[in-house]
Design a protein around this ligand. Structure first.
Ligand SMILES: Cc1cc2nc3c(=O)[nH]c(=O)nc-3n(C[C@H](O)[C@H](O)[C@H](O)COP(=O)(O)OP(=O)(O)OC[C@H]3O[C@@H](n4cnc5c(N)ncnc54)[C@H](O)[C@@H]3O)c2cc1C
Length: 385
């Protein structure tokens, strides 16, 4: 790689890094940006990658629509049924009561990733000062002199090379695609079991093929991963019950370790951290990528406002001030989303009797107190504004 001078370097070509680059270039096509991407150049080589279903909120759809990055292969959620296995308390949220077209959308990670790559390729045609480098190692960043460094290296819990605040929930998520006998179209199920949440979510493959996310202790999740398909389906049926008929098939089982890891300070000098590089969350509330996209959007807004100014105004001080302003603007949304997700991850995995009772009461309150339900749904759909 040739040595080069840029205004902004974005390190990480996952969904958040790509979205940030695309929004920067859309707002300021002349921006001098380098994107460092460890993924292969060819989309074909990514096609077999991560197929887990991700829930994106309506707010994320509105953001991704602005750069034409909404995947075609997507399943809408019209109703969410929340319950506790073997205990009282349930809640049903519908799109009608929340006056939305959909409560959320389920899309495979790889489709989000590929669609964002396509969107960025389309936008970069108008951007003469943008360079997209596919790299192998960390060291190549030294060849680039950047006024501002955006970290979007993402990563999963326990695979990151930094640990700051947070907790290990000592849980794993087993994900896969299940075929069932009789699913209600557009319905998502979230069931809280003694070991953690078990979610069954629509997929774009058809009404009876659903995305499974089954959280449990690392030992039992590992054991479930090793079961034969028949034994796996039997144990899933026992945990979930018969609301959607028989579980008929399971495919593409994968395990992810779960925990919370977040930075208290998301800027330092001319560096800023966004997406999973800033906070890695438990998937119980389906918020990680939604929050990361909001990070990317606001950062792009702040950076382009600064870097579209005359050269003499892009001083080290003005960059640092811009990043501090960004961090301040993200504080309420980050704190609320991290706090709510951590609360849900802990409350819904405890078997202490008072907590079990409180949880049942909370679900009942959600069902019978519409303003509480609406407030929670709005936080999950749009974040804190
Ligand atoms: C089981 C599970 C279910 C989930 N479900 C949901 C959900 O329903 N809804 C939701 O919103 N979120 C969900 N999430 C969270 C979501 O996957 C993440 O928040 C999201 O992927 C973060 O995107 P990112 O771009 O920040 O990081 P990543 O997706 O990790 O991408 C980072 C990219 O940077 C690259 N990279 C790493 N290091 C470097 C480097 N040094 N230089 C260059 N490139 C580098 C990597 O190769 C990768 O491509 C879930 C997570 C898990 C584990």
């Amino acid at each position: 790689m040739q040595a080069e001078n840029v205004d902004i370097v974005i390190q990480g070509g996952g969904p958040v890094g790509l979205a940030c680059a695309a929004w920067c270039l859309q707002k300021f096509p002349e921006a001098k940006i380098a994107l460092l991407d460890r993924n292969p150049i060819s989309d074909e080589d990514l096609a077999a990658a991560d197929s887990r279903g991700i829930a994106l909120s309506h707010g994320s759809k509105l953001l991704l629509d602005t750069i034409n990055a909404w995947p075609n292969e997507c399943a809408d959620i019209h109703r969410v049924h929340v319950s506790q296995a073997g205990r009282f308390g349930r809640a049903l949220m519908t799109r009608e009561e929340l006056k939305q077209d959909a409560l959320g959308h389920i899309i495979r990670y790889r489709d989000i990733h590929l669609t964002l790559r396509k969107a960025l390729r389309a936008i970069q045609v108008q951007s003469p000062n943008f360079a997209w480098h596919h790299i192998d190692t960390h060291t190549e960043i030294e060849n680039i002199q950047a006024k501002c460094i955006v970290h979007a290296e993402g990563g999963l819990f326990k695979t990151q090379d930094w640990i700051e605040s947070g907790r290990d929930y000592e849980q794993s998520a087993l994900v896969g695609l299940v075929e069932v006998e009789n699913a209600a179209p557009y319905q998502a199920w979230e069931r809280f079991t003694s070991e953690g949440p078990l979610a069954v979510l629509p997929s774009h493959y058809g009404p009876n093929i659903l995305n499974l996310i089954w959280c449990g202790s690392p030992a039992s999740s590992q054991a479930r991963l090793g079961l034969s398909d028949v034994d796996f389906l039997k144990s899933l049926q026992a945990e979930f019950g018969s609301r959607i008929g028989q579980f008929l098939k399971i495919q593409d089982r994968r395990l992810y370790e779960l925990g919370l890891n977040y930075r208290k300070e998301i800027t330092q000098g001319n560096e800023v951290w966004i997406g999973n590089a800033a906070q890695t969350l438990h998937p119980v509330a389906g918020q990680g990528l939604n929050l990361g996209l909001r990070d990317a959007y606001l950062l792009a807004e702040k950076l382009t406002a600064l870097f579209s100014k005359p050269e003499d105004q892009k001083t080290a001080t003005s960059i640092e001030t811009t990043l501090q302003d960004y961090a301040l603007s993200r504080r309420a949304d980050r704190t609320a989303t991290i706090g709510l997700t951590d609360f849900m991850a802990r409350i819904f995995t405890s078997n202490l009797l008072p907590i079990v009772i409180a949880r049942g009461l909370a679900l009942s309150a959600l069902q019978w107190l519409p303003p509480v339900k609406t407030a929670l749904a709005r936080q999950m759909m749009f974040g804190r504004r």
